[in-house]
Design a protein around this ligand. Sequence first.
Ligand code: SAM
Length: 362
Amino acid sequence: MLRTFDPLDHATIVGWLRETDPVSLERLWTRADAVRAAHVGGEVHLRGLVEISNHCIRHCLYCGIRACSDGLTRYRLTAEETLACARTARDLGYGTVVLQSGEDPGLTGEFITDVIRSIKSETGLAVTLSLGERTDEELRAWKAAGADRFLLRFETSDPELYRRIHPALPGTLSDRVAQLRRMREMGYEIGSGVMVGIPGQTWDILARDIELFRDLDIDMIGIGPFLPSPRTPLGGAVAEKMRAAADQQVPNSELATLKAVALTRLVCPEANLPSTTALATIDPANGRELGLVRGANIVMPNVTPPEYRVLYEIYPGKACIHETAEACQGCLEGRIHSIGRVVGKGPGGRLTRRARPVAEAR
Ligand code: SAM
């Protein structure tokens, strides 16, 4: 039976995620690329990524910079170092700078506010923050200082799996979906995402993740393979214990990731979708390009100074880790041109937004 695209309901998404026939998958790739071209066009927008701190107070089971990661040298960029990275991003022609870190209270609300103000006044770049779970007071102050967007992956739509892989801090509740909703109300463009193949993630859960992107009308969606870090519980024996039954567990493969990217493009046609560094890490030769021809339209080149970049080790063997920002830029532009696409100009924010459902638009 020919697999269909309409309606893209739960059963259909699960069916496509489980699909292995190359001829059928070719239809999925073609469809995702056509929807990408129709809704966000042929431009690939580049966002300069600055990894401003690898300090973290969380104990996420998957992440190499988790609080108790042994033997990791910690760093935190100064305001001047961060501004210098933003200048590099501007000089390389990028429209956005993304400030990312572990969940680091050492990056105080005031510090980030000042950094945003300096970047905005000196470079005029769009500013995206990816600093984890922060207070509403901080989020409002950063928006007022000029921040445009905030990336916060919900990691999984399954509450039980979330609780296991992303333990809440003592005495607190971790609710990333609630923070995403509040940030939308504050005026941020909101970004989210998941890892593909995290132990315990079933096809059913991954389909619900994709449906949650649609329900939340997420503006930017980052999807990459889970890459085990030996510094973490999920890089060791715990992973085996957490895995779902063999016919249910999503593999952390390039193919599973590309299917999730393509289906996300179909259910969220207007969203900005990065071809992630994790995809480039799992397939250094073709991962970036395959993401871009199967639904993605964004790349986030790293502009962190190389001496710090090696310390932001969320998983080992990260792509482009030793290259300078300039070398990274040349390589990426070449890859983008090789697939017949062009580098986007300007901030590259979300272009259009369908009418939001009444319940959400309150
Ligand atoms: N601390 C912020 C947060 O948690 O939102 C931002 C930094 S965090 C390191 C960025 C993302 O890296 C996470 O949302 C997670 O999805 C991804 N990540 C962490 N460990 C990973 C791993 N082992 N493999 C693939 N992606 C990983």
